[in-house]
Design a protein around this ligand. Structure first.
Ligand SMILES: Nc1nc2c(c(=O)[nH]1)N[C@H]1C(S)=C(S)[C@@H](COP(=O)(O)O)O[C@H]1N2
Ligand SMILES: [Mo]
Length: 490
Protein backbone atom coordinates (compact mmCIF):
# COMPACT_ATOMS: atom_id res chain seq x y z
CA UNK A 1 0.00 0.00 0.00
CA UNK A 2 2.84 2.39 0.71
CA UNK A 3 4.09 1.67 -2.83
CA UNK A 4 0.78 2.94 -4.19
CA UNK A 5 0.91 5.98 -1.93
CA UNK A 6 4.44 6.75 -3.08
CA UNK A 7 3.61 6.53 -6.78
CA UNK A 8 0.47 8.57 -6.36
CA UNK A 9 2.34 11.29 -4.46
CA UNK A 10 4.97 11.42 -7.17
CA UNK A 11 2.29 11.61 -9.84
CA UNK A 12 0.57 14.45 -7.95
CA UNK A 13 3.74 16.52 -7.61
CA UNK A 14 4.60 15.76 -11.23
CA UNK A 15 1.21 17.15 -12.18
CA UNK A 16 2.35 20.38 -10.49
CA UNK A 17 5.89 20.64 -11.85
CA UNK A 18 6.02 18.65 -15.08
CA UNK A 19 3.96 15.69 -16.29
CA UNK A 20 7.08 13.96 -17.57
CA UNK A 21 8.54 13.96 -14.06
CA UNK A 22 6.06 11.38 -12.80
CA UNK A 23 8.39 8.68 -11.43
CA UNK A 24 6.20 5.83 -12.72
CA UNK A 25 6.26 7.23 -16.28
CA UNK A 26 9.94 8.18 -16.04
CA UNK A 27 10.90 4.63 -15.10
CA UNK A 28 8.70 3.39 -17.98
CA UNK A 29 10.30 5.80 -20.44
CA UNK A 30 13.78 4.87 -19.31
CA UNK A 31 12.84 1.21 -19.64
CA UNK A 32 11.78 1.91 -23.24
CA UNK A 33 15.04 3.71 -24.02
CA UNK A 34 17.16 0.98 -22.43
CA UNK A 35 15.23 -1.93 -23.93
CA UNK A 36 17.46 -3.79 -26.38
CA UNK A 37 16.05 -3.41 -29.84
CA UNK A 38 14.97 -7.02 -30.48
CA UNK A 39 12.83 -6.90 -27.34
CA UNK A 40 11.29 -3.60 -28.38
CA UNK A 41 10.65 -5.01 -31.82
CA UNK A 42 9.04 -8.04 -30.22
CA UNK A 43 6.89 -5.78 -28.04
CA UNK A 44 5.70 -3.81 -31.06
CA UNK A 45 4.95 -7.03 -32.92
CA UNK A 46 3.33 -8.89 -30.05
CA UNK A 47 1.29 -6.11 -28.53
CA UNK A 48 1.12 -3.73 -31.47
CA UNK A 49 -0.22 -0.38 -30.44
CA UNK A 50 -0.92 -1.74 -26.91
CA UNK A 51 2.79 -2.12 -26.20
CA UNK A 52 2.75 0.84 -23.79
CA UNK A 53 -0.25 -0.37 -21.79
CA UNK A 54 1.41 -3.77 -21.48
CA UNK A 55 4.64 -2.16 -20.23
CA UNK A 56 2.89 -0.02 -17.59
CA UNK A 57 0.73 -2.95 -16.45
CA UNK A 58 3.86 -5.13 -16.21
CA UNK A 59 5.57 -2.50 -14.08
CA UNK A 60 2.52 -2.30 -11.81
CA UNK A 61 2.53 -6.09 -11.32
CA UNK A 62 6.25 -6.06 -10.42
CA UNK A 63 5.69 -3.22 -7.92
CA UNK A 64 2.80 -5.01 -6.24
CA UNK A 65 4.86 -8.23 -6.03
CA UNK A 66 7.80 -6.33 -4.51
CA UNK A 67 5.41 -4.76 -2.01
CA UNK A 68 4.08 -8.16 -0.95
CA UNK A 69 7.58 -9.62 -0.56
CA UNK A 70 8.73 -6.61 1.45
CA UNK A 71 5.66 -6.91 3.65
CA UNK A 72 6.42 -10.58 4.37
CA UNK A 73 10.09 -9.84 5.09
CA UNK A 74 9.12 -7.07 7.49
CA UNK A 75 7.16 -9.18 9.97
CA UNK A 76 9.85 -8.79 12.67
CA UNK A 77 11.59 -5.57 11.75
CA UNK A 78 10.51 -2.57 9.65
CA UNK A 79 13.90 -2.30 7.94
CA UNK A 80 13.47 -4.59 4.90
CA UNK A 81 10.33 -2.71 3.86
CA UNK A 82 11.93 0.66 4.56
CA UNK A 83 14.94 -0.29 2.47
CA UNK A 84 12.71 -1.37 -0.42
CA UNK A 85 10.66 1.83 -0.25
CA UNK A 86 13.91 3.81 -0.20
CA UNK A 87 15.44 1.87 -3.10
CA UNK A 88 12.34 2.22 -5.27
CA UNK A 89 12.28 5.92 -4.43
CA UNK A 90 15.90 6.35 -5.51
CA UNK A 91 15.18 4.42 -8.72
CA UNK A 92 12.41 6.93 -9.44
CA UNK A 93 14.75 9.88 -8.75
CA UNK A 94 17.40 8.39 -11.03
CA UNK A 95 14.90 7.74 -13.83
CA UNK A 96 13.54 11.28 -13.72
CA UNK A 97 17.05 12.79 -13.65
CA UNK A 98 18.06 10.60 -16.60
CA UNK A 99 15.22 11.89 -18.81
CA UNK A 100 16.72 14.24 -21.40
CA UNK A 101 13.93 16.74 -20.84
CA UNK A 102 13.93 16.92 -17.03
CA UNK A 103 14.07 20.32 -15.38
CA UNK A 104 15.50 20.96 -11.90
CA UNK A 105 12.05 21.15 -10.34
CA UNK A 106 11.09 17.84 -11.89
CA UNK A 107 13.12 15.99 -9.27
CA UNK A 108 10.61 17.11 -6.62
CA UNK A 109 8.15 14.52 -7.93
CA UNK A 110 10.20 11.36 -7.32
CA UNK A 111 11.52 12.88 -4.06
CA UNK A 112 7.91 13.19 -2.92
CA UNK A 113 7.44 9.52 -3.86
CA UNK A 114 10.52 8.57 -1.84
CA UNK A 115 9.48 10.46 1.29
CA UNK A 116 5.81 9.43 1.16
CA UNK A 117 6.71 5.82 0.40
CA UNK A 118 9.06 5.49 3.38
CA UNK A 119 6.80 7.45 5.73
CA UNK A 120 3.65 5.54 4.76
CA UNK A 121 5.44 2.25 5.24
CA UNK A 122 6.80 3.19 8.71
CA UNK A 123 3.43 4.49 9.83
CA UNK A 124 1.60 1.37 8.71
CA UNK A 125 4.24 -0.90 10.17
CA UNK A 126 4.00 0.73 13.58
CA UNK A 127 0.28 -0.03 13.59
CA UNK A 128 0.42 -3.48 12.09
CA UNK A 129 -0.89 -6.23 14.38
CA UNK A 130 2.41 -8.10 13.96
CA UNK A 131 4.37 -5.22 15.43
CA UNK A 132 1.89 -4.35 18.11
CA UNK A 133 -0.24 -7.41 18.72
CA UNK A 134 -2.10 -5.68 21.50
CA UNK A 135 -3.50 -3.17 19.10
CA UNK A 136 -6.73 -3.52 17.37
CA UNK A 137 -6.64 -5.09 13.92
CA UNK A 138 -9.38 -2.70 12.90
CA UNK A 139 -7.19 0.31 13.52
CA UNK A 140 -4.60 -1.09 11.10
CA UNK A 141 -7.24 -1.66 8.45
CA UNK A 142 -8.52 1.89 8.87
CA UNK A 143 -4.99 3.28 8.45
CA UNK A 144 -4.47 1.16 5.37
CA UNK A 145 -7.76 2.34 3.92
CA UNK A 146 -6.83 5.94 4.70
CA UNK A 147 -3.56 5.60 2.83
CA UNK A 148 -5.31 3.89 -0.06
CA UNK A 149 -7.85 6.70 -0.25
CA UNK A 150 -5.08 9.30 -0.04
CA UNK A 151 -3.17 7.56 -2.82
CA UNK A 152 -6.29 7.46 -4.98
CA UNK A 153 -6.99 11.15 -4.48
CA UNK A 154 -3.35 12.07 -5.17
CA UNK A 155 -3.20 9.93 -8.33
CA UNK A 156 -6.43 11.40 -9.72
CA UNK A 157 -5.26 14.89 -8.71
CA UNK A 158 -1.94 14.37 -10.51
CA UNK A 159 -3.72 13.19 -13.66
CA UNK A 160 -6.03 16.22 -13.44
CA UNK A 161 -3.19 18.70 -12.92
CA UNK A 162 -1.20 17.21 -15.81
CA UNK A 163 -4.29 17.66 -17.95
CA UNK A 164 -4.81 21.29 -16.92
CA UNK A 165 -2.80 22.48 -19.91
CA UNK A 166 -5.80 22.61 -22.17
CA UNK A 167 -4.38 21.27 -25.42
CA UNK A 168 -7.78 20.06 -26.62
CA UNK A 169 -9.13 23.62 -26.47
CA UNK A 170 -6.03 24.89 -28.23
CA UNK A 171 -6.54 22.31 -30.97
CA UNK A 172 -10.29 22.99 -31.30
CA UNK A 173 -9.60 26.68 -31.77
CA UNK A 174 -7.60 26.08 -34.97
CA UNK A 175 -9.01 26.13 -38.50
CA UNK A 176 -6.71 25.20 -41.34
CA UNK A 177 -7.34 26.61 -44.81
CA UNK A 178 -4.75 25.24 -47.20
CA UNK A 179 -4.27 27.56 -50.17
CA UNK A 180 -3.63 24.59 -52.41
CA UNK A 181 -5.74 21.52 -51.66
CA UNK A 182 -4.70 18.01 -52.60
CA UNK A 183 -6.47 16.75 -55.73
CA UNK A 184 -9.59 14.68 -54.97
CA UNK A 185 -8.83 10.98 -54.63
CA UNK A 186 -10.09 9.66 -57.98
CA UNK A 187 -12.76 7.00 -58.18
CA UNK A 188 -10.98 3.67 -58.60
CA UNK A 189 -7.89 4.53 -56.53
CA UNK A 190 -8.65 1.68 -54.15
CA UNK A 191 -10.31 -1.75 -54.25
CA UNK A 192 -11.82 -1.71 -50.76
CA UNK A 193 -14.66 -4.03 -51.76
CA UNK A 194 -12.05 -6.57 -52.76
CA UNK A 195 -10.06 -6.30 -49.57
CA UNK A 196 -7.61 -3.37 -49.85
CA UNK A 197 -7.60 -0.59 -47.23
CA UNK A 198 -9.43 2.61 -48.18
CA UNK A 199 -7.08 4.98 -50.02
CA UNK A 200 -7.04 7.58 -47.23
CA UNK A 201 -6.61 6.16 -43.74
CA UNK A 202 -9.03 7.71 -41.21
CA UNK A 203 -6.98 9.54 -38.53
CA UNK A 204 -7.97 7.14 -35.75
CA UNK A 205 -6.99 4.14 -37.91
CA UNK A 206 -3.57 5.51 -38.91
CA UNK A 207 -0.83 3.25 -37.55
CA UNK A 208 1.04 4.63 -34.53
CA UNK A 209 4.66 4.03 -33.55
CA UNK A 210 6.54 6.18 -31.03
CA UNK A 211 8.43 6.02 -27.75
CA UNK A 212 6.06 8.38 -25.88
CA UNK A 213 4.43 6.68 -22.88
CA UNK A 214 2.33 9.74 -22.15
CA UNK A 215 1.44 11.85 -25.16
CA UNK A 216 3.14 15.25 -24.94
CA UNK A 217 0.61 18.03 -24.33
CA UNK A 218 1.85 21.14 -26.06
CA UNK A 219 -0.51 24.02 -26.87
CA UNK A 220 -0.20 25.66 -30.28
CA UNK A 221 0.01 29.05 -28.50
CA UNK A 222 3.08 27.90 -26.59
CA UNK A 223 4.81 26.22 -29.55
CA UNK A 224 8.20 27.65 -30.54
CA UNK A 225 10.68 26.07 -32.91
CA UNK A 226 14.26 27.19 -33.28
CA UNK A 227 16.05 26.60 -36.59
CA UNK A 228 19.76 26.80 -35.85
CA UNK A 229 23.18 25.24 -36.34
CA UNK A 230 24.78 25.50 -39.79
CA UNK A 231 22.47 28.26 -41.08
CA UNK A 232 22.99 31.88 -42.11
CA UNK A 233 19.81 33.15 -40.46
CA UNK A 234 18.81 31.53 -37.21
CA UNK A 235 15.02 31.56 -36.83
CA UNK A 236 12.48 31.12 -34.05
CA UNK A 237 9.01 30.28 -35.36
CA UNK A 238 5.63 30.40 -33.63
CA UNK A 239 2.51 28.51 -34.69
CA UNK A 240 1.04 31.76 -36.05
CA UNK A 241 4.20 32.28 -38.11
CA UNK A 242 3.52 28.90 -39.71
CA UNK A 243 -0.14 29.65 -40.44
CA UNK A 244 0.88 32.94 -42.09
CA UNK A 245 2.94 30.99 -44.62
CA UNK A 246 1.30 29.35 -47.65
CA UNK A 247 -0.36 26.13 -46.48
CA UNK A 248 -0.43 23.22 -48.90
CA UNK A 249 -2.17 19.85 -48.72
CA UNK A 250 -0.50 16.70 -50.06
CA UNK A 251 -1.52 13.06 -50.14
CA UNK A 252 1.40 11.10 -48.65
CA UNK A 253 1.95 7.53 -47.45
CA UNK A 254 3.96 7.02 -44.24
CA UNK A 255 5.74 3.71 -43.51
CA UNK A 256 7.58 2.44 -40.44
CA UNK A 257 10.94 0.71 -40.80
CA UNK A 258 9.78 -1.90 -38.22
CA UNK A 259 7.16 -3.10 -40.66
CA UNK A 260 7.71 -6.79 -41.42
CA UNK A 261 6.97 -8.07 -44.92
CA UNK A 262 3.17 -7.97 -45.04
CA UNK A 263 3.01 -5.82 -41.88
CA UNK A 264 0.41 -3.21 -40.91
CA UNK A 265 2.61 -0.14 -40.23
CA UNK A 266 1.70 1.84 -43.32
CA UNK A 267 -1.03 4.46 -43.76
CA UNK A 268 -1.93 7.35 -46.04
CA UNK A 269 -3.24 10.81 -45.25
CA UNK A 270 -3.88 14.24 -46.71
CA UNK A 271 -1.22 16.14 -44.77
CA UNK A 272 -1.54 19.93 -44.48
CA UNK A 273 1.58 21.96 -43.82
CA UNK A 274 4.21 24.40 -45.01
CA UNK A 275 6.91 23.66 -47.55
CA UNK A 276 9.95 22.55 -45.54
CA UNK A 277 12.50 23.11 -48.33
CA UNK A 278 11.30 26.71 -48.68
CA UNK A 279 11.72 27.27 -44.95
CA UNK A 280 15.26 25.88 -44.95
CA UNK A 281 16.14 28.05 -47.97
CA UNK A 282 15.09 31.07 -45.89
CA UNK A 283 17.26 29.90 -43.01
CA UNK A 284 20.14 29.59 -45.48
CA UNK A 285 21.64 26.12 -45.11
CA UNK A 286 25.45 26.38 -45.08
CA UNK A 287 27.51 24.17 -47.40
CA UNK A 288 28.47 20.92 -45.73
CA UNK A 289 25.34 20.66 -43.57
CA UNK A 290 24.08 17.26 -44.73
CA UNK A 291 21.86 16.27 -41.78
CA UNK A 292 18.76 17.96 -40.39
CA UNK A 293 18.63 16.96 -36.72
CA UNK A 294 15.16 17.40 -35.23
CA UNK A 295 14.00 17.00 -31.64
CA UNK A 296 10.58 16.48 -30.09
CA UNK A 297 9.44 18.13 -26.87
CA UNK A 298 9.94 14.82 -25.03
CA UNK A 299 13.53 14.51 -26.17
CA UNK A 300 13.27 12.00 -29.05
CA UNK A 301 15.66 12.84 -31.91
CA UNK A 302 15.71 12.20 -35.64
CA UNK A 303 18.19 12.81 -38.46
CA UNK A 304 17.08 13.49 -42.05
CA UNK A 305 19.30 13.95 -45.11
CA UNK A 306 19.13 17.63 -46.10
CA UNK A 307 19.38 16.53 -49.75
CA UNK A 308 16.14 14.50 -49.47
CA UNK A 309 14.32 17.60 -48.26
CA UNK A 310 15.84 20.05 -50.76
CA UNK A 311 15.46 17.81 -53.84
CA UNK A 312 12.96 19.24 -56.36
CA UNK A 313 9.53 17.68 -55.79
CA UNK A 314 10.53 16.28 -52.40
CA UNK A 315 7.12 17.23 -50.97
CA UNK A 316 8.71 17.55 -47.51
CA UNK A 317 6.32 19.23 -45.09
CA UNK A 318 6.28 20.84 -41.71
CA UNK A 319 2.81 19.41 -41.11
CA UNK A 320 0.10 20.96 -38.94
CA UNK A 321 -2.89 18.97 -40.16
CA UNK A 322 -4.16 15.60 -41.32
CA UNK A 323 -7.31 14.86 -43.34
CA UNK A 324 -8.67 18.38 -42.86
CA UNK A 325 -8.12 18.64 -39.09
CA UNK A 326 -5.27 19.96 -36.97
CA UNK A 327 -2.93 17.05 -36.11
CA UNK A 328 -4.46 14.77 -33.47
CA UNK A 329 -2.43 14.84 -30.21
CA UNK A 330 -0.92 11.37 -30.77
CA UNK A 331 0.16 12.44 -34.28
CA UNK A 332 2.46 15.14 -32.93
CA UNK A 333 0.22 18.15 -32.29
CA UNK A 334 0.93 20.98 -32.91
CA UNK A 335 3.66 20.34 -35.50
CA UNK A 336 5.38 17.31 -37.04
CA UNK A 337 7.58 16.61 -40.02
CA UNK A 338 6.71 14.47 -43.07
CA UNK A 339 9.25 13.61 -45.81
CA UNK A 340 7.93 11.10 -48.36
CA UNK A 341 10.38 8.41 -49.41
CA UNK A 342 12.02 7.98 -45.99
CA UNK A 343 10.93 5.67 -43.17
CA UNK A 344 9.23 7.48 -40.26
CA UNK A 345 12.16 7.18 -37.84
CA UNK A 346 14.41 9.29 -40.12
CA UNK A 347 11.79 11.80 -41.23
CA UNK A 348 8.55 12.14 -39.31
CA UNK A 349 9.35 13.81 -35.95
CA UNK A 350 6.16 14.41 -33.95
CA UNK A 351 5.78 17.16 -31.27
CA UNK A 352 8.63 18.84 -33.14
CA UNK A 353 10.31 21.77 -31.32
CA UNK A 354 13.88 22.05 -32.59
CA UNK A 355 15.71 21.90 -35.91
CA UNK A 356 19.47 21.93 -36.10
CA UNK A 357 21.45 21.84 -39.34
CA UNK A 358 24.46 19.63 -38.75
CA UNK A 359 26.38 16.74 -40.33
CA UNK A 360 25.94 12.96 -40.24
CA UNK A 361 29.42 12.74 -38.72
CA UNK A 362 28.62 15.10 -35.88
CA UNK A 363 25.34 13.70 -34.57
CA UNK A 364 23.64 10.31 -34.05
CA UNK A 365 19.88 10.49 -33.39
CA UNK A 366 17.84 8.19 -31.10
CA UNK A 367 17.52 5.10 -33.33
CA UNK A 368 21.00 5.41 -34.88
CA UNK A 369 22.39 5.10 -31.35
CA UNK A 370 20.47 1.83 -31.09
CA UNK A 371 21.81 0.12 -34.19
CA UNK A 372 19.48 1.36 -36.95
CA UNK A 373 20.77 2.87 -40.18
CA UNK A 374 21.36 6.62 -40.28
CA UNK A 375 19.87 6.81 -43.77
CA UNK A 376 16.80 4.77 -44.62
CA UNK A 377 14.88 5.31 -47.87
CA UNK A 378 11.66 3.31 -48.10
CA UNK A 379 12.14 0.03 -50.00
CA UNK A 380 9.93 -1.14 -52.87
CA UNK A 381 7.32 -3.46 -51.36
CA UNK A 382 3.97 -5.12 -51.94
CA UNK A 383 1.46 -6.79 -49.64
CA UNK A 384 -1.44 -9.20 -50.08
CA UNK A 385 -4.58 -8.04 -48.25
CA UNK A 386 -6.94 -10.71 -49.52
CA UNK A 387 -7.08 -13.63 -48.98
CA UNK A 388 -6.11 -13.60 -45.30
CA UNK A 389 -3.75 -16.22 -43.93
CA UNK A 390 -5.39 -19.70 -43.97
CA UNK A 391 -8.67 -18.25 -45.22
CA UNK A 392 -11.08 -20.70 -46.87
CA UNK A 393 -12.33 -19.25 -50.12
CA UNK A 394 -14.80 -20.61 -52.69
CA UNK A 395 -13.25 -22.77 -55.39
CA UNK A 396 -13.05 -21.26 -58.92
CA UNK A 397 -13.04 -17.53 -59.64
CA UNK A 398 -11.43 -15.53 -56.82
CA UNK A 399 -9.99 -11.98 -56.59
CA UNK A 400 -6.64 -11.51 -54.82
CA UNK A 401 -5.98 -7.87 -53.86
CA UNK A 402 -3.38 -5.81 -52.06
CA UNK A 403 -1.16 -2.73 -51.94
CA UNK A 404 2.28 -1.83 -53.27
CA UNK A 405 4.59 1.13 -52.83
CA UNK A 406 7.75 2.55 -54.40
CA UNK A 407 7.85 6.07 -53.01
CA UNK A 408 9.13 8.89 -55.23
CA UNK A 409 9.29 6.67 -58.32
CA UNK A 410 5.88 5.09 -58.38
CA UNK A 411 4.78 1.49 -58.87
CA UNK A 412 5.04 0.33 -62.47
CA UNK A 413 3.90 -3.25 -62.13
CA UNK A 414 2.70 -5.82 -59.60
CA UNK A 415 2.92 -9.51 -60.40
CA UNK A 416 1.29 -12.44 -58.67
CA UNK A 417 1.92 -16.16 -58.87
CA UNK A 418 0.09 -19.15 -57.42
CA UNK A 419 1.79 -22.32 -56.19
CA UNK A 420 5.11 -21.34 -57.76
CA UNK A 421 3.56 -21.07 -61.25
CA UNK A 422 4.19 -18.33 -63.84
CA UNK A 423 4.05 -14.66 -62.78
CA UNK A 424 0.85 -12.93 -63.88
CA UNK A 425 0.29 -9.20 -64.13
CA UNK A 426 -2.14 -7.69 -61.62
CA UNK A 427 -4.39 -4.74 -62.52
CA UNK A 428 -3.20 -1.53 -60.86
CA UNK A 429 -5.65 1.00 -59.41
CA UNK A 430 -5.53 4.62 -60.58
CA UNK A 431 -2.30 6.25 -59.41
CA UNK A 432 -2.83 9.17 -57.01
CA UNK A 433 0.82 10.30 -56.92
CA UNK A 434 4.24 8.63 -56.71
CA UNK A 435 4.50 9.27 -52.95
CA UNK A 436 1.52 7.11 -52.06
CA UNK A 437 0.69 3.44 -52.02
CA UNK A 438 -1.01 1.89 -55.02
CA UNK A 439 -3.71 -0.77 -54.88
CA UNK A 440 -3.80 -3.85 -57.12
CA UNK A 441 -6.13 -6.78 -57.86
CA UNK A 442 -6.05 -9.94 -59.93
CA UNK A 443 -8.74 -12.46 -60.75
CA UNK A 444 -7.64 -16.09 -60.46
CA UNK A 445 -9.31 -19.37 -61.27
CA UNK A 446 -8.48 -21.83 -58.52
CA UNK A 447 -8.92 -25.56 -58.18
CA UNK A 448 -9.90 -27.15 -54.89
CA UNK A 449 -7.18 -27.48 -52.25
CA UNK A 450 -4.38 -25.53 -50.56
CA UNK A 451 -2.64 -22.68 -52.37
CA UNK A 452 0.23 -20.28 -51.84
CA UNK A 453 0.00 -16.88 -53.50
CA UNK A 454 2.99 -14.51 -53.75
CA UNK A 455 3.36 -10.94 -55.04
CA UNK A 456 6.18 -8.65 -56.11
CA UNK A 457 6.29 -5.02 -57.25
CA UNK A 458 8.48 -3.24 -59.80
CA UNK A 459 9.21 0.48 -59.62
CA UNK A 460 9.37 2.95 -62.50
CA UNK A 461 13.11 2.47 -62.84
CA UNK A 462 12.44 -1.19 -63.63
CA UNK A 463 13.72 -2.44 -60.28
CA UNK A 464 11.79 -5.51 -59.04
CA UNK A 465 11.68 -6.08 -55.28
CA UNK A 466 14.03 -8.82 -54.16
CA UNK A 467 12.95 -12.11 -52.63
CA UNK A 468 16.00 -12.05 -50.39
CA UNK A 469 14.69 -12.00 -46.83
CA UNK A 470 15.97 -9.17 -44.65
CA UNK A 471 14.82 -8.31 -41.13
CA UNK A 472 13.53 -4.77 -40.45
CA UNK A 473 16.77 -3.84 -38.63
CA UNK A 474 18.90 -1.97 -39.73
CA UNK A 475 17.13 -0.32 -42.68
CA UNK A 476 13.87 -2.09 -43.56
CA UNK A 477 12.59 -5.59 -44.37
CA UNK A 478 12.75 -7.19 -47.82
CA UNK A 479 11.22 -10.32 -49.34
CA UNK A 480 8.06 -11.27 -51.20
CA UNK A 481 4.85 -11.45 -49.23
CA UNK A 482 3.09 -14.79 -49.51
CA UNK A 483 -0.19 -16.13 -48.26
CA UNK A 484 -1.34 -19.70 -47.71
CA UNK A 485 -5.09 -20.35 -48.12
CA UNK A 486 -7.56 -23.03 -49.18
CA UNK A 487 -10.09 -23.17 -51.99
CA UNK A 488 -13.13 -25.17 -50.92
CA UNK A 489 -16.08 -26.44 -52.93
CA UNK A 490 -19.66 -25.49 -52.11
N1 LIG B 1 8.58 12.48 -31.21
C1 LIG B 1 8.58 11.32 -31.89
N2 LIG B 1 8.34 11.33 -33.21
C2 LIG B 1 8.33 10.18 -33.92
C3 LIG B 1 8.59 8.94 -33.28
C4 LIG B 1 8.84 8.95 -31.87
O1 LIG B 1 9.09 7.92 -31.25
N3 LIG B 1 8.83 10.16 -31.21
N4 LIG B 1 8.55 7.78 -34.01
C5 LIG B 1 8.77 7.88 -35.46
C6 LIG B 1 8.45 6.65 -36.16
S1 LIG B 1 9.49 5.33 -35.89
C7 LIG B 1 7.43 6.57 -37.07
S2 LIG B 1 7.25 5.20 -38.05
C8 LIG B 1 6.45 7.67 -37.23
C9 LIG B 1 5.05 7.16 -37.00
O2 LIG B 1 4.13 8.22 -37.02
P1 LIG B 1 2.63 7.92 -36.61
O3 LIG B 1 2.64 7.40 -35.20
O4 LIG B 1 1.87 9.21 -36.76
O5 LIG B 1 2.13 6.89 -37.57
O6 LIG B 1 6.70 8.72 -36.30
C10 LIG B 1 8.05 9.05 -36.09
N5 LIG B 1 8.08 10.22 -35.25
MO1 LIG C 1 8.97 3.76 -37.35
Amino acid sequence: MSVAAALAAGHLVAGLVSPLASPFLAVGNTAIDLTPHPVKDFAIRAFGENDKVVLLAGMAVVLVALGVVAGLLSRRSPWPGTALAGALGLLGVAAVLARPTSTTWAVLAPLASLVVGVAAFRWLWAQAPAAAPAQDRRRFLISTAAIAAGAGVAAVGGQFLAGRVDVEASRRGITLRPGRKAPEIPFGADFTREGTPPFLTPNEKFYRVDTALSIPRLRAEDWRMRVHGMVDNEMVLTYDDLLRRPLVEKTITLVCVSNEVGGPYISTSNFIGVDLAELLREAGVRPGADQLATRSVDGWTCGTPVASIMAPGSNALLAVGMNGEPLPLERGFPVRMVVPGLYGYVSATKWLVDMELTTFDAFDPYWAERGWAKKAPVKVMSRIDRPKSFERVPVGRFVVAGIAWAQHLGVDEVEVRVDGGPWQQATLATEVNVDTWRMWRIELDLREGNHTVECRATDRNGYTQTNERAAPIPDGATGWHSMVFTSVAG
